[in-house]
Design a protein around this ligand. Structure first.
Ligand SMILES: [Zn+2]
Ligand SMILES: [Zn+2]
Ligand SMILES: [Zn+2]
Length: 275
């Protein structure tokens, strides 16, 4: 770990945000925070609605920009009504509150730009080794957890397919779009039939993020492919279809080192029950 250019970028962003908002004073700074928070919130809602109703990344982007911009304009109108003639104070308290808001905004901006920078393969190792910068990359799985908690579609960094690039070829299936993995907590282990626990999302490497599951009985770990229910949701086929072809299963994302052919009955489609 070493202090590098990514740390410089992160600290400059925070420094500029604190400096700018301290100068604008408390009321103006809170207005900026409202624009950013409502803009991002409405933008994500726009993405979710457009993606669900129309489908596709382009539609999602249009929805994101339309509702995001709309929310910012709305905040501007409300702000003008509430403070028709803002005389920003310049006292120490005013500057301190402004600076604190700027700190929050700087952190938020870093949470967006640092992972975006890390998508570049040449920049990924720089971000991972940086002292401050890597924290913003490590925070991304938490954002995915929040998106699943709210059950919204989320514009993922890299493609959805990317998350499973090391997985799909190994299991011979095509990944079929977003799955809310929280729903597959306490599902059935393909190895022992025990309960599989959803641990949340984790960073595999670089900007590749995958869900992490652990069986509470046998300890088998997987991206969800170690659970009958999640496997069905991910690949629209049964783990049994692969083991029939003589392919023992092990997760390509989180290998457990124990390739296994399922032997208990699949609770989704009933295969394996006859044995
Ligand atoms: Zn198990
Ligand atoms: Zn099945
Ligand atoms: Zn897997």
């Amino acid at each position: 770990m070493s202090f590098n250019i990514i740390d410089v970028v992160a600290l400059v962003v925070i420094g500029l945000a604190v400096y700018a908002e301290a100068g604008r004073g408390a009321i103006q700074a809170l207005g900026d925070a409202a624009r950013v928070v409502f803009g991002i919130g409405a933008g994500l809602l726009g993405w979710h609605l457009a993606f669900t109703l129309v489908g596709g990344t382009m539609a999602g982007l249009v929805g994101l920009l339309a509702l995001g911009t709309g929310a910012v304009l709305l905040v501007n109108i409300v702000a003008r009504r509430l403070f028709p003639d803002p005389h920003p104070g310049r006292g120490p308290l005013d500057r301190t509150i402004g600076g604190a808001v700027g700190l929050g905004l700087g952190l938020l901006v870093n949470l967006i730009i640092i992972p975006a920078l890390a998508i570049g393969p040449a920049i990924t190792p720089l971000v991972e080794r940086s002292v401050v910068g890597h924290r913003f990359l490590d925070a991304v799985p938490g954002v995915y957890d929040a998106a699943d908690l709210l059950d919204i579609r989320f514009p993922s960094i890299g493609s959805e397919r990317n998350r499973f690039q090391s997985e799909s070829p190994a299991n011979g299936g095509a990944f079929v779009g977003r799955v809310n993995f929280r729903r597959y907590d306490r599902t059935t282990c393909i190895e022992c039939g025990g309960r599989v626990r959803f641990d949340g999302y984790r960073r595999v490497k670089g900007t590749v993020i995958a869900p992490h599951f652990t069986c509470s009985s046998c300890g088998r770990v997987s991206c969800g492919c170690g659970s009958f229910e999640a496997f069905h949701a991910l690949y629209r086929r049964c783990p049994y279809e692969l083991s029939v072809r003589g392919m023992p299963l092990d997760c390509g994302v989180w290998p457990s080192g124990r390739p296994v052919s399922p032997e208990v009955e699949c609770p989704v489609c009933g295969r394996g029950g006859e044995r």
